[in-house]
Design a protein around this ligand. Structure first.
Ligand code: ADP
Ligand code: ZN
Ligand code: ZN
Length: 720
């Protein structure tokens, strides 16, 4: 008997075949089964998406192609997983097959059935716990050496978490013990339910080793080594496949990962933790541009899993969503859990603003800041200096003729990197040796303008030359940024040096501001944070505030260290706008005050979270073509969609702005333009985008837009 199956396969973006394809099969296969199917001249991996009752229109039984084989040994993907993929594809305007196949580990696509069977062969398991099919110790009896007694605010937060449905936003100060709450929530779940799985997400790959160590030491003794696995893009393909299979087969009880892990197949998923939920890295910035944080909340509903978002500086979306009920407002959907205090006696760092208007022109390190750093070196404490720009100087400049180190391929300057004397474009990668003389006029006095971390480190070394540590040895300065950490393992070894106290002053980009549990840092300084105060991007203040709060959170984390004689910890801000409300709120460590003010401004301007946005981006050789395409598609939307059923209600709720160049308008000789679509209603925006997609496709195929290279939709964009 012949069965008809609709199978998701990876199709090119925006191709006419966006949905699953129909294949025939001699065997009845359940939805979710992984299969290999012919596609064009190749054989590819597919996922049986649904049963079909006939060949696709226009195909006969004979002309239809047959499934080549099923991947026995891998259980079908469950319905909740398929629904998650379906939702993501629809919501983020991508092809189902693209999202579905991208959510699987790459090796699954490439391995033949035989190779896969070999991978699936049971291996001897090291720890006895996993064979026994249950915990080696009675559930709940945590290893005494690992267990931490929660403090009162942790107990309260956890109790509320256990007693309500959620989703939850854990608003806990840096160092308030959020991670410990996650660990307990997971421990309770695994002890209560012998099958349950938990997914714990962190924003950055470089935060996973620390987290993995903490989870492993807590749970491996109870549930075996195989109970905890990681999933992130820093792993090799075989490692990723292994973790994925462990999660899919339920052998792994805990999956730790970055945003991609939101798609991990976990048939018994009962808890999702999203740590540092505000972090922009949860948004995938290419291909299917999904937000792993938002998908986590959606997935929680599908799988019946509790969702716990955590942050000291929540995204304004989540903050708003967790607002308590008030007069005339039923409140948000999320339950807000609050942990304001830091663990132990550790207080919050004192925030000191240096008014740069009162410093000599071109001051980089103000004298009081330098004195404070010097005093710490002398006492054997560490300082962290933070500047969000890598390289030596953002521009090289000729004072005679005005030449600047523009990238010939981008509308951006090439950054001067002194270490290898190169000019590098951070957008397209174009790199050249620094010219000996001005390429325009021959002047040999070309000079760096502005500064990045490399120059800051050099400058600081000059200023601190001669300073000594308590043991009389010279001061040590180190730098951590994308340039110093390119090699595998470099970041780990550099962080280890900071932890072991070998470094006195650490210079770096936002990379050092995130999440690391540094114990001996008592001073954090932001050298020049003003840029974001007046950015055209409405999210810039939110990002700045969070970055500064997070960096302040690196200081004085160890109460024991501070009370053992170290001075109080401090966060220094050098600014030309010391009275700016953002810095006032920072000084009070008052995220709610900052959030309330920023949300009022957003509400007044009808910005997210009070409206919903999508961006359509277009790339072409000229701005005219890129913008022309967007404007034509916008005009076509008005004429072609207006008549669709229900669209008399949708269209008035949609605002289509005109096409504009992107802020970096040209990259690698490609002109980029974008168009903003806005609506007060998420569902109206969704309906509009779904219908508009076909219009965009058709507009693209018109001869007038032949020069268009590509276009893509970004739903809930993070940068505008
Ligand atoms: P957060 O994730 O909120 O920044 P962590 O969970 O990393 O905070 O906790 C900060 C530090 O305090 C960690 O070293 C952690 O081991 C420790 N800690 C957390 N909870 C407790 C507790 N109840 N008692 C003692 N130490 C704790
Ligand atoms: Zn470039
Ligand atoms: Zn010149």
């Amino acid at each position: 008997m012949t069965h008809w199956l609709s199978v998701a396969v990876q199709t090119p973006a925006h191709s006419a075949v966006a949905g699953p394809l129909t294949y025939r099969s001699e065997l009845p296969l359940t939805p979710g089964t992984l299969v290999r199917v012919p596609f064009g001249k190749r054989e590819v991996l597919g996922i049986v998406w649904a049963l079909a009752d006939s060949p696709a229109p226009g195909w006969s039984e004979e002309s239809s192609r047959a499934v080549s084989g099923a991947l026995d040994g891998v259980a079908p993907l469950i319905s909740a997983w398929r629904q998650l993929v379906e939702f993501s594809a629809a919501y983020y305007q991508r092809a189902l097959g693209e999202v579905a196949l991208a959510a699987l580990p790459p090796q699954l696509r490439d391995l033949s059935a035989v190779q896969l069977a070999r991978r699936l062969k049971p291996r001897p398991i090291k720890s006895g716990a996993a064979d026994a099919g249950g915990p080696a110790q009675p559930p709940g009896s945590l290893n005494a050496t690992e267990s931490v007694a929660l403090n009162d605010q942790q107990i309260l937060a956890l109790a509320e978490f256990e007693s309500k449905k959620g989703p939850f936003l854990l608003f806990g100060a840096t160092g308030s013990g959020k991670t410990e709450v996650y660990l307990h929530a997971v421990a309770n779940l695994l002890a209560r339910d012998a099958r349950a799985q938990a997914l714990v997400m962190v924003p950055e790959i470089n935060l996973t080793p620390q987290l993995e160590a903490r989870f492993r030491s807590r749970f491996a003794p109870l549930y075996g080594e195989g109970a905890v696995v990681s999933l992130h893009s820093g792993m090799t393909n075989p490692q990723r496949l292994k973790s994925w299979l462990a999660a899919h087969s339920s052998a792994a009880r805990i999956v730790l990962g970055t945003r991609m892990a939101v798609f991990a197949s976990m048939p018994a998923l009962k808890l999702i933790v999203v740590d540092e939920e505000h972090d922009p890295s949860y948004k995938q910035q290419e291909g299917a541009r999904y937000s792993a944080r938002d998908l986590a909340v959606y997935r929680g509903r599908l799988d019946g899993a509790k969702v716990l978002l955590g942050s000291a500086t929540p995204s304004l979306e989540s903050w708003h969503q967790s607002r308590p009920a008030s007069a005339g407002d039923p409140g948000g959907r999320y339950v807000r859990l609050v942990m304001p205090g830091r663990i132990g006696e550790a207080g919050f760092p004192k925030v000191r603003r240096v008014d740069m208007n009162h410093q000599p022109m071109k001051t980089v390190f103000s004298p009081p800041l330098l004195d404070a750093i010097r005093a710490r070196i002398a006492r054997g404490e560490q300082s962290m200096v933070f500047l969000n720009r890598r390289g030596y100087a953002p521009v090289l400049h000729c004072a005679d003729c005005g030449w600047k180190s523009e990238c010939p391929h981008c509308s951006a300057f090439r950054v001067f990197h002194k270490i290898d004397r190169t000019l590098r474009c951070h957008h397209c990668g174009f790199t050249e040796r620094v010219p000996r003389a001005c390429p325009a006029c021959g002047n040999i006095d070309i000079a760096p303008l502005g500064r990045g971390t490399e120059r800051l480190e050099e400058h600081l070394a000059e200023l601190l030359a001669g300073e000594t540590r308590p043991d009389g040895t010279p001061v040590r300065i180190a730098r951590i940024d994308a340039d110093t950490t390119k090699l595998k393992g470099a970041l780990e070894s550099q962080l280890a040096q900071v932890h072991s106290g070998e470094v006195d002053v650490l210079v770096g980009t936002q990379m050092i501001a995130k999440g690391h549990d540094f114990r001996r840092i008592t001073l954090v300084a932001a050298i020049n944070p003003d840029g974001a105060l007046f950015s055209s991007d409405f999210r810039a203040p939110e990002r700045l505030f969070s970055l500064l709060m997070q960096s302040a959170g690196r200081a004085g984390r160890d109460a024991a260290f501070i009370t053992a004689g170290a001075s109080g910890s401090e966060m220094w801000i050098q600014t030309f706008h010391p009275t700016h409300p953002l810095f006032e709120a920072l000084k009070q460590h008052d995220y709610p005050a900052f959030a309330a003010r920023d949300l009022r401004e957003r509400e007044a301007a009808a910005m997210p979270p009070f409206s919903f946005q999508a961006l359509v981006r277009a790339e072409a050789r000229t701005q005219d073509v890129a913008q022309g395409f967007l404007n034509a598609a916008s005009a076509a939307a008005q004429t072609e969609l207006a008549g669709l059923p229900g669209f008399d209600e949708v269209m008035p709720r949609i605002t289509l702005y005109g096409a504009v160049p992107m802020s970096v308008q040209r990259v690698a000789n490609v002109e980029r333009a974008q168009m903003l679509v806005e609506s007060g209603s998420r569902s109206a925006l969704q309906r509009f985008l779904a219908a508009w997609h076909e219009v965009l496709r058709q507009t693209r195929s018109l001869p007038a837009h032949k020069g268009l290279i590509r276009w893509a939709v970004d739903v809930d964009p993070l940068t505008i």
